[in-house]
Ligand binder design. Structure first.
Ligand code: NQM
Length: 370
């Protein structure tokens, strides 16, 4: 029988523009059902305020990283990302998270999984959700993680130490439907996956400008209905099956840039509208904008030279480097993606999950569609 701990060592971290609870895999039950049930009780779900747990009442602050030594010779650690739904008893491993990824390297050093270098440390990470790899490099002067620095990312007040993340090309196709463009319910879309399955849509084709606030867009129920229908069809076309209960694909509305970037974005993850944009979400948008003939290519202002592209979002911008090549099938494929994020250790201690007897409904695996 699976032993379920009554208290668990936990490190609470901000990773990029998200916040999550980071665990060593060995501190959690190995059996996914027992693990997910425990995580719901840790985060305080289901409850829209998550008042009895660590969650922050929003999908971006209801995240978990499970980290362990890797058996893959290409990686130092394995990182499993889990999205804990806020108001439903669901934990999903169907998506990855590049923001929470920013804290994985520092966490691996904090927990002694990877020895710190004298100046900086590079941690090779296998992202278990997708099987893709990433390398995170961050300062460790004197052999300790230094979270302070002068890197600034939109959506986070102040500055912190840079965490430079490099992504080699992922294993899956960049264009999962095999097409540069598809038309769903009369709306042209580009379905792209450069680490995060994403449906690109010109905001104008849904009768919005793409410059609205996330709140205004979330309150537009007609828009919500259309996005839901497009997403269900796109999920099937992208080979993801029935996505009615999953958090992928995401949907990004695109409009012409207003602040010197390549394009303006409003991203639905998939129900709430992101206050900024996810890292891998931005990687997919950046790749999509570079594909000739894509939805977005016609409104994008691409940099004249170099790989770096500025993706505008509701609270600023995200700079990302991305370059494409051509795959064996003749279609565009990702060559390289890199981004700078920051992360911060907020709290290191022991978390006491709500007791199983008094918690609401037990975990339903997969899903968390908000
Ligand atoms: O796309 C939110 C976030 C994310 C995902 C989401 C992310 C990424 O901002 O890599 O980071 O899309 O659910 O944390």
């Amino acid at each position: 029988m699976t032993r379920v701990p009554e208290e668990v060592p936990c490190l609470l971290m901000r990773g990029g523009t998200s916040r999550g609870a980071y665990f060593l895999a060995g501190d959690l039950p190995a059996e996914p059902g027992a693990r997910d049930d425990l995580l719901l009780r840790v985060m305080g779900s289901p409850d829209e305020r998550q008042i009895d747990g660590l969650g922050g009442a929003h999908p971006l602050t209801s995240k978990v990283a499970v980290v362990s030594p890797s058996s893959d010779p290409r990686a130092d650690v394995d990182y499993l990302f889990l999205q804990v739904a806020v108001d439903r008893p669901e934990v999903s491993d169907r998506q990855n998270c590049g923001n929470i990824l920013a804290g994985v390297g520092p966490f691996a050093v904090e927990r002694g999984l990877v020895p710190a270098g004298e100046e900086r440390t590079s941690v090779r990470i296998r992202m278990v959700n997708t099987g893709d790899l990433a390398t995170a490099t961050f300062p460790t002067p004197g052999g300790r993680v230094d979270y302070t620095g002068d890197a600034e990312i939109s959506g986070v007040p102040g500055t912190a130490a840079p965490v430079v993340i490099e992504f080699p090309p992922g294993a899956g196709p960049l264009l999962p439907t095999g097409n540069v463009r598809d038309v769903i319910d009369g709306v042209p879309v580009t379905c792209v996956d450069n680490g995060m399955p994403t449906v690109l849509i010109a905001a104008s084709s849904l009768e919005v400008t793409g410059y609205e606030t996330p709140k205004d867009l979330e309150e537009d129920l007609t828009l919500a209905d259309r996005l839901r229908e497009i997403r269900l069809t796109a999920g099937r076309l992208m080979g993801l099956g029935d996505v009615s209960d999953t958090t992928v694909p995401k949907l990004t509305l695109l409009a012409a840039p207003r602040d010197g970037g390549a394009a303006t974005t409003r991203t639905f993850i998939p129900v709430r509208c992101h206050p900024s944009i996810g890292v891998l979400g931005a990687a997919s948008v950046a790749a999509g904008l570079r594909i000739g003939g894509s939805v977005g290519a016609e409104l994008a202002r691409l940099p004249v030279q170099g790989d770096r592209m500025r993706i505008e979002h509701p609270t600023g911008f995200l700079d990302i480097e991305s370059s494409l090549g051509t795959g064996t099938d003749g279609l565009p494929s990702a060559r390289r993606t890199a981004v700078v994020r920051t992360a911060r250790k907020i709290f290191d201690g022991t978390v006491f999950p709500r007791s199983a007897e008094t918690a609401p409904t037990p975990a339903r695996p997969q899903g968390g569609q908000r």
